[in-house]
Design a protein around this ligand. Structure first.
Ligand code: C2E
Ligand code: CA
Ligand code: CA
Length: 650
């Protein structure tokens, strides 16, 4: 048979969406079709009981009715179901076959009855055929093949039969009916074509929507996810934090913001390259993801700074436990592709509403708590509280006054001697800053230096102090030496470093009489920059000491790579040097390291004779502390006299 004739009866399997829509349309319409069919068959059969033989009036219609009932039930069951594609195609095909078979059987049945009927009943038979075919075509509109087949197998034999039946009325009915059916088939043809196009258009629309969705998902990822770690980024963090602030206002949600900073990350980045640094960040992200996600939202704010939003049952103890867990978790060894590395983490928390009711304030306060953790409680979390709030307010007050202060007049320097352990001779003095604010009075250096560091005022402060130090050193006798403190911020600022070099060069001071004390933190911020600065100062002829050694991320491993003259052991070790084996062990290790690297080892914060004895035993080269002298004004000593140290040291 030519292809063109067969094609309208084909069920194509390559349009899944069309098949799905056909099934769903048929599931709604076919049961109605069967109800009509069953009623028509029932009525016609009853009309012919006693007129036609039993097999025609009862035995044949009975299975047709049973099949009708079963099929309509099975279609009703399909209403809310999505069939697998191949099963659905099979279903459509079986529907086409069945429509052909049923159409032929029903038409044959009607024609068979015809021979037993009187003229009225014949009229009814003709009526039965037409009244069955019309709803069939209607109900099967979405399955063109089935509608066409039914029309052909039922109608055309009937037409031929009635044409030869010799009854003009029947002939006329059939002629009318033929016209109606042809018109209906035409409508069906157009309608089913439109239905197919509609489904295809819908399918394309869905595909386009999927593409748009993919693009918008991609955009969302780019806008909200950190590309390196796949964690939510700063933007996503703020969106989430703002949503939580809203929930706090409406539903009294309690939550906390945590900020995490990695201590020693810079060192890894500088020593092992950015690849290793990136790897660590990814590992950190994965470790943070192991926290319960229903209570902790983790994000990377940038660099080595991560932040969390914590909900659930949060109180001081719970946050402290979580903070310790994070510190422990992030402190475990990292197996990177080329090296193994260890870093530590500091965590600062700020709870809503205690520490603020807006996202920026909470983050700022968590940041402050983090800074506090880094300075005072390394490896332990800190929760922002009222005391820290007071401290923060005090720092901003100091900052405001510092900006308007007459620095040249209000900043002064004091000196604290550094003594050789063995001889008790004077090694030099450390220069310490003092500020008497016209409005706030005397402000401790721990406070105003920190405030200045937070606001970048530190550079001005440093330069004023250095000018004063150089001016003093110019007046001191030959052989005198001063140690000057540089802030990590100064070291990180190329302009300030240039100004420092310029000031030293412009002075009449012999560079070797000047030692710069640089804290470990400077190397944590940017190792390469800090060691470059160290080299510049050394090339100028100045000396360099590593200050507060051991208080921060103290890695003995990088010390040998720095061109240092001395290491100053942090006061915290001295406090316990008599009572704690651990402290003694640490001091001994640092002393040995200094011996190996030919560096001087200075211990600061020495307060008692007992400490002096122990530290001398441990082999420290020089000491500094209240035991020898508290810081004093430069004009308080007679520089022309022989520099002397306390005799007790000898
Ligand atoms: P630092 O550099 O560790 O200075 C030593 C601090 O220890 C000084 O405190 C000093 O007075 C104190 N100190 C000395 N001996 C003892 C002791 O036996 N016991 C105790 N408990 N403390 C002792 P100060 O002058 O209050 O300075 C505190 C910190 O402020 C300094 O610590 C330094 O970090 C910073 N600072 C002071 N002056 C300057 C400066 O000119 N520039 C910079 N950048 N920072 C400075
Ligand atoms: Ca110092
Ligand atoms: Ca120090």
């Amino acid at each position: 048979m030519p292809k063109r004739l067969i094609s309208p009866f084909r069920i194509s399997a390559d349009q899944p969406e069309l098949v799905r829509s056909q099934i769903s349309a048929l599931a709604r319409q076919v049961p109605i079709l069967y109800v009509i069919l069953i009623l028509n068959v029932l009525l016609t059969a009853i009309m012919h009981i006693g007129v036609a033989p039993l097999w025609l009036s009862v035995l044949l219609p009975f299975p047709i009715i049973v099949i009708g009932v079963m099929r309509s039930i099975s279609w009703v069951k399909l209403r809310d179901k999505v069939l697998p594609h191949d099963v659905a195609v099979q279903r459509l095909r079986s529907t086409v076959y069945l429509s052909g078979v049923l159409g032929a059987v029903l038409c044959g049945w009607a024609l068979a009855l015809f021979t037993y009927a009187d003229s009225m009943m014949r009229l009814h038979s003709a009526f039965f055929v037409s009244m069955t075919v019309i709803p069939c075509i209607f109900s099967l509109t979405h399955l063109r093949a089935a509608a066409l087949l039914t029309a052909i197998v039922a109608l055309f034999p009937a037409l031929v039969f009635f044409s030869f039946a010799g009854e003009p009325v029947l002939l006329a009915i059939m002629a009318n009916f033929l016209v109606v059916i042809l018109a209906m088939l035409r409508v069906l043809w157009v309608h089913s074509g439109e239905f197919e196009s509609l489904i295809q258009a819908q399918e394309q629309l869905i595909k386009r929507q999927q593409v748009t969705q993919r693009l918008s998902d991609q955009n969302f990822r780019l806008a909200n996810l950190d590309t390196l770690t796949d964690l939510p980024n700063r933007r996503a963090f703020f969106l989430q934090a703002q949503a939580m602030v809203t929930s706090h206002k409406t539903d009294n949600l309690r939550f906390a913001v945590a900020v995490i900073d990695l201590d020693g990350f810079k060192g890894i980045n500088d020593c092992h390259g950015h690849g290793a640094g990136d790897e660590i960040l990814v590992h950190v992200a994965r470790r943070l993801e192991t926290l319960p996600t229903d209570e902790v939202f983790s994000a990377r704010l940038g660099g080595d700074e991560f932040a969390l939003l914590v909900t659930g049952a949060i109180d001081e103890t719970a946050l402290n436990d979580l903070g310790l867990r994070i510190c422990r978790m992030l402190g475990q060894k990292y197996h990177l592709s080329r090296v193994d590395a260890t870093i530590s983490a500091s965590v600062g928390f700020a709870m809503c509403p205690d520490a603020g009711v807006d996202a920026e304030r909470l983050l700022e306060n968590a940041d402050y708590a983090l800074m506090h953790a880094k300075q005072n409680r390394r490896g332990a979390p800190v929760l922002f509280n009222a005391d820290l709030g007071d401290e923060m307010r005090r720092l901003s007050l100091i900052d405001q006054h510092l900006r308007n202060a007459a620095l040249e007049r209000e900043l002064t320097i004091v000196l604290q001697p550094i003594i050789y352990s063995d001889s008790g001779a004077l090694r030099g003095h450390e220069v310490l800053a003092r500020w008497r604010s016209s409005e706030l009075g005397q402000v401790p250096p721990m406070q105003f230096i920190r405030a200045a560091e937070r606001s970048e005022m530190i550079h001005q402060v440093t330069l004023v102090l250095l000018r004063k130090t150089l001016a003093l050193l110019e007046t001191l006798p030959k052989g005198a030496s001063l140690s000057f403190n540089l802030s990590a911020r100064d070291v990180a600022s190329p302009e300030t470093v240039l100004q420092i070099l310029k000031l030293v060069r412009a002075s009449k001071v012999e560079p070797k009489a000047l030692t710069f004390e640089i804290t470990e933190t400077a190397f944590m911020v940017d190792f390469r920059q800090a060691s470059d600065v160290l080299n510049l100062l050394r090339n100028l002829g100045c000396r360099v000491a590593l200050d507060d050694f051991g208080s921060g991320y103290s890695s003995l491993s990088y010390v040998h790579r720095l061109p240092l003259d001395a290491i100053k052991i942090d006061r915290s070790f001295v406090l316990e040097v008599e009572s704690s084996e651990v402290s003694r062990g640490i001091v001994k290790t640092i002393v040995d390291l200094c011996r190996n690297l030919k560096l001087q080892c200075v211990v600061e914060g020495v307060e008692t004779a007992g400490q002096v004895a122990t530290l001398r035993e441990l082999g420290c080269d020089a000491m500094q502390g209240f035991y020898f002298a508290e810081p004093f004004a430069p004009d308080a000593i007679d520089w022309s006299a022989e520099p002397a140290a306390k005799p007790t040291v000898a």
